[in-house]
Design a protein around this ligand. Structure first.
Ligand code: GLN
Length: 215
């Protein structure tokens, strides 16, 4: 029997707003397809083995945890970059999505270095958060997705960087350009809590399909 291997990046630190529900959905759908599921946390001081996993989940977090992680982040960079470039499937939500980019300026104004694997960067807003129900249209999946966002960060995509979807309702990356999240190869970044895969359960199957077709 195939074992579907999931990496929960910094899962002991980044797990806000029920994001772990995304893992429960992936585990449930993989088991429904007759696979065993193994979920491993990769955290501070660990390296990342690009051959070890079918899928990576990188959840959201508060500024405090993001600051702790940002100091140690580079130990996973080479392995995670290789995984992403070889079409490994990554789902990154909010804080995790921010840390895939070049930097994140937190609410206190501290500039935390990101992994810089993707080209976006995230600035802060003063005394404001983007909070509420959201809806986007994904050109790639040809479907609408619903979610809930709660972030101080204001993300700007790099030149030619694709979004995850177009905002129909809510703020998305920055409240201005109607982009939400990002999509590069098989890596998906998004501000959607909810959790994303509970509110849009078809996406769990799509991600598993992508992961299996990549092996
Ligand atoms: N701390 C980050 C922000 O406020 C991420 C929040 C989150 O992951 N929900 O933008």
């Amino acid at each position: 029997m195939k074992t579907f291997k999931i990496c929960h990046l910094y899962g002991n630190l980044l797990n806000t707003y029920g994001d772990n529900g995304n893992l429960l959905m992936l585990q449930y759908h993989a088991k429904q397809r007759g696979m065993d599921v193994l979920t491993e946390v990769v955290t501070i001081d660990d390296t990342f083995d690009p051959e070890a996993y079918d899928l990576v989940f990188f959840g959201g977090g508060q500024d405090y945890e993001q600051k702790v992680i940002a100091k140690q982040l580079q130990s996973i960079r080479p392995g995670l970059q290789e995984f992403i470039e070889k079409d490994g499937v990554v789902l990154a939500i909010c804080g995790g999505y921010q840390l895939l980019g070049h930097y994140y300026v937190n609410a206190k104004g501290e500039k935390l270095p990101g992994l810089g694997i993707l080209n976006h960067y995230t600035e802060r807003q003063i005394n404001n958060r983007f909070t509420g129900d959201t809806k986007i249209y994904s050109e790639y999946f040809k479907r609408e997705l619903i979610g809930f966002e709660n972030h101080n960060g204001v993300t700007h995509l790099g030149e030619n960087q694709k979004s995850f979807g177009k905002v129909i309702q809510g703020y998305g990356n920055n409240g201005k350009d109607q982009t939400e999240g990002t999509h590069y190869r098989n890596t998906f970044g998004s501000y959607f809590h909810g959790p994303l895969l509970v509110k849009n359960d078809w996406l769990a199957d799509e991600l598993i399909d992508l992961a299996l077709s990549n092996k």
